[in-house]
Design a binder for this molecule. Structure first.
Ligand code: ZN
Length: 297
């Protein structure tokens, strides 16, 4: 499932490919992908004649900005956009086609058919579901350490499910949560309330760094996307934890283990990411200057 960096890469690429194009006709072959309005024929007719002015993103959602409309699109597991010339051979699982006046077309393919599209009057989307349910954008300046602390502090929830909850932070998924927790040296099953000030600071920094690096890595694939198959490649970031169970931790050499946390496959290093430490009390380290309580490991 694409997470914030992959969706951001798709956003940048799509923006370059389709901005300025005017929709001549929309063909919806799988009406249940269209969630708003609940009439796919109406969805198609509303978009006809509209010009794409840009592509935005909120969490893992794309926002295709048109004259008068915003199309909110979630790719879920396998959704993909590509730009083609009319008449190009069609690939399987093409469910929605946006035909432009210039003889090109944007095709939406989705093998698993879990993707969704919602159409709103321009910019109204931010005030209504699903986008108004989303929490902070982790790459926004508003995602400060203080804001993060406010989301996390005193919650009894385990830290990994909390980070995955889009109502708190929008855009993190299984891969980048595992990576951020590994980078910060925090066990995924620690309760959020048990994290000390220094650990929260490390985790905040790790979330921003991991996502930024992945966005940067994804950005480098934009060129090949445009020349190639019309699809964004996955990011090229070197993963430290996710998917590496059975392999040595790149920091300490201990074997990375896989477990299940909140129903999600979870990868971590049992040495770098120790379970709850005995005697740890919330708030203790806050008053300490200099000695922040970070163990040297
Ligand atoms: Zn390790």
């Amino acid at each position: 499932m694409p997470e914030l960096p992959e969706v951001e890469t798709v956003r940048r690429t799509l923006e370059q490919l389709v901005t300025g194009k005017t929709i001549r006709e929309v063909e919806v072959r799988l009406p249940r992908l269209i969630r708003r309005p609940d009439d796919a024929a109406l969805f198609a007719s509303l978009l006809e004649g509209s010009t794409i002015r840009g592509v935005g993103r909120r969490g893992k959602y794309l926002r295709i900005l048109l004259d008068g409309w915003t199309l909110v699109s979630h790719l879920r597991m396998e959704g993909r956009y590509g730009l083609y010339r009319t008449g190009d051979p069609e690939e399987k699982h093409t469910h929605v086609i946006f035909r432009f006046t210039d003889g090109t077309e944007m095709r939406y393919r989705d093998v698993r058919q879990f993707g969704t599209m919602h159409l709103f009057e321009r910019d109204r989307d931010l005030e209504e579901p699903p986008l108004n349910q989303l929490g902070l954008e982790p790459l926004d300046p508003a995602f400060t350490l203080q804001a993060f602390r406010g989301l996390v502090a005193r919650r009894p929830t385990r830290i990994k499910p909390l980070l995955l909850d889009q109502r708190h932070i929008a855009g993190l998924g299984n891969i980048y949560v595992d990576e951020a927790l590994h980078r910060a040296g925090i066990h995924p099953e620690r309760s959020a309330a048990s994290l000390r000030a220094a650990e929260l600071a490390r985790l905040h920094e790790a979330i921003v760094a991991v996502l930024s690096e992945a966005v940067e890595a994804g950005g480098s694939s934009v060129k090949s996307y445009m020349n190639g198959q019309g699809e964004a490649g996955l990011f090229q970031l070197r993963l430290m934890a996710y998917g590496r169970d059975g392999e040595p931790c790149l920091r300490c050499g201990t074997t990375i283990v896989k477990t299940v946390v909140g129903g999600r496959g979870t990868h971590f290093c049992p040495v770098c990411q120790k379970p709850k430490r005995r005697g740890t009390r919330v708030g203790r380290s806050r008053t300490g200057k200099g000695e922040s309580g970070i163990s040297p490991a």
